[in-house]
Design a binder for this molecule. Structure first.
Ligand code: ADP
Ligand code: MG
Length: 140
């Protein structure tokens, strides 16, 4: 096991419903430390660049519109095996498949509007963190 950092986004469906604190509590209860955090409102182009890996998927346009529809909270989470641990705390992409107690089981509205994003591997975590944060903004 090693200490890792992962990129998390609290998505528009959750910021609109004032769930930032409840979601952050889930991370902290799981031992993930919030070492950087800011609230921003993405443009559709910025959302599209972030999710470009999904550009060919049928839901891409809808996803970019959704991510630009209201503010998001972008954050860096740090801890032992933080990438996998955060994916566990988030739950499955589709809330209908998410384990009880996970963020998506408790808060997500649909497979698209599913409250949180989390990086899926060390390489994507590094890229995604660098997309939103300068090194000086991350304080572990
Ligand atoms: P995850 O966020 O769990 O890593 P993916 O990387 O597969 O999931 O998808 C990225 C995001 O695209 C999802 O979190 C969700 O917001 C959206 N999405 C994925 N699948 C669908 C779908 N079938 N319909 C609508 N939106 C989807
Ligand atoms: Mg993903």
């Amino acid at each position: 096991m090693a200490t890792e950092r992962t990129l998390s986004i609290i998505k528009p469906d959750a910021t609109k419903r004032n769930l930032t604190g409840k979601i952050n509590a889930k991370f902290e209860e799981a031992g993930l430390r919030i070492v950087a955090q800011k609230r921003i409102h993405l443009t559709k182009a910025q959302a599209g660049e972030f999710y470009k890996v999904h550009a060919e998927r049928p839901f891409y346009d809808e996803l970019c519109d959704f991510m630009a529809s209201a503010p998001v909270v972008v954050q860096v989470l740090e801890g032992e095996s933080a990438i996998a641990k955060n994916r566990e705390v988030m739950g499955a992409t589709n809330p209908a498949d998410a384990d009880a107690g996970t963020i998506r089981a408790e808060f997500a509205e649909s497979v698209g509007e599913n409250s949180v994003h989390g990086s899926d591997a060390p390489e994507t975590a590094a890229e995604e963190i660098a997309y939103f944060f300068a090194g000086l903004e991350i304080v572990g």
